[in-house]
Write a protein that binds this ligand. Structure first.
Ligand SMILES: Cc1ncc(COP(=O)(O)O)c(C=O)c1O
Ligand SMILES: [Zn+2]
Length: 414
């Protein structure tokens, strides 16, 4: 049973009936079709007590707030990831209440499984045979896994330098892989190639940004529900979110609003968007107060955080609203800071993250220094992707290149 009431375009407001199953706004205005639920109906069965007695640990635990029935889903164990009390890292930073949401522990080793589980279930419901995605690798690898499980063909459009780990996943899950040109003058060739294929061959678009698939925000929002359940509904004062397209952050904001609508929480944690210095269009706009419509894509994005290199923040409108409404902020971090965070997550907490997945921690260190977060606050850092996808980075660090503060031959000491 679905509790979706309607979908509404984020740009022009056009409303769609759920039965229409729209994917993009018919006005082709790059608006995202936001999914609106009937909260009165949802609230009859979705409450703290009732949630506590549920057995499933995956994202389908929250089925009333998902736009598709679990009956269509391939279930690989997405979601239900640990919230780790980071005591050693916290001590180093002078914090007692630092928590890491370890989303490296998803079936294909990134948070994207939350989004792709939902997107692929919708494709199954609609009896699609072919799905298409533009991605630097994590989202594509994830969609490929769910497509394999559902017997769909996955067509992945990736940048030329997608990491070996992510390409290996795509190969093994049986995706067709098209390597596209590098981003040039802010144009993302992977997105263009995906849209062309959707037009020409009728593939179902399932990239991990909202304007080309409405369901991508809905999976990641389950992180928020888990954070509240795992903290005994205490939540946190701030959440740090590694950000590329802004879809994950939009999901965090949506999850918070869902819980507020249901009267399950009263206040919001501050959301902090973290981008690499070499691709920070969204964070700059947040810092300068530039309206979303005026954001220009980063012409030549560059960073060790390959998952955060979307030149344009497709979901930046909602991401900016989330940051603003929660009194949050945006921060950019250098590659050196990111690599130091990769190292610290492993050395202090035993978590092996890829650079994109560790950027949230780098952001925390900067906002602590800037005084935007107090050290006695309760803080959650999202750790979004596994280091096993990019082991070369680690080898490089220890060989002295891209050192991130690590000297050649230095022992694995924090
Ligand atoms: C590991 C990892 N973290 C964070 C992100 C950022 O997510 P979004 O593009 O939704 O902002 C990505 C996106 O690819 C990613 O791969
Ligand atoms: Zn529209």
């Amino acid at each position: 049973m679905s509790f979706v009431e309607r979908l509404a375009c984020s740009r022009c407001g056009t409303k769609y009936e759920p039965a229409e199953n729209p994917v993009m706004c018919r006005k082709k205005d790059l608006g995202r079709l936001d999914v609106v639920y009937n909260y009165d109906e949802v609230s009859k069965r979705f409450n703290r007590r009732n949630l506590g007695s549920r057995e499933s640990r995956d994202i389908w635990r929250y089925e009333e707030l998902l736009p598709v029935s679990s009956g269509f889903a391939v279930r690989l164990g997405e979601g239900g990831t640990p919230l780790v009390h980071a005591q050693r890292l916290g001590a180093k930073l002078g914090m007692k209440k630092l928590y890491l949401k370890d989303d490296t522990r998803n079936p294909t080793a990134s948070f994207k499984d939350r989004a792709m589980a939902v997107g692929s279930a919708k494709a199954v419901e609609l009896k699609k045979r072919d799905v298409a995605i533009a991605s630097s690798g994590n989202a594509a690898a994830s969609l490929a896994a769910y497509s394999a499980g559902a017997g769909m063909r996955c067509h992945a459009f990736v940048p030329p330098d997608a990491s070996a780990g992510k390409i290996a996943q795509l190969l093994l899950y049986g995706a067709s892989i098209t390597k596209c040109a590098q981003v040039k003058k802010g144009e993302d060739a992977t997105v263009q190639a995906m849209l062309d294929a959707v037009d020409r061959f009728g593939y179902y678009p399932c990239p991990s940004f909202g304007p080309f698939n409405p369901y991508q925000v809905e999976g990641p929002k389950t992180i928020v529900y888990e954070l509240y359940e795992q903290s005994g509904w205490e939540g946190s004062d701030a959440i740090l979110v590694p950000t590329g397209s802004g879809c994950l952050l939009t999901g965090i904001w949506k999850g918070l609003r869902d819980l507020r609508e249901l009267d399950l929480i009263r206040a919001y944690p501050r959301i902090v968007a973290v981008q690499p210095a070499g691709n920070r269009a969204l964070v700059s706009a947040i810092q300068k107060g530039t309206p979303f419509e005026k954001i220009v894509p980063e012409p030549y994005p560059a960073s060790v955080a390959g998952g955060l290199l979307d030149p344009y923040p497709w979901d930046g409108d909602a991401a900016m609203a989330g940051v603003r409404s929660t009194n949050g902020t945006g921060i950019s971090v250098s590659d050196r800071d990111i690599l130091r965070s990769v190292r610290e997550l492993a050395a202090f907490e035993g978590i092996f993250a890829e650079p994109s997945g560790a950027a949230g921690l780098a952001g925390l260190q900067k906002v602590l220094e800037a005084g935007a977060i107090d050290r006695d606050e309760r803080v959650v850092v999202l750790v979004t992707g596994s280091g096993l996808k990019e082991p070369d980075r680690v080898i490089e660090m220890f060989e002295g290149r891209n050192a991130g503060g690590v000297k050649r031959g230095s022992r694995n000491q924090p």
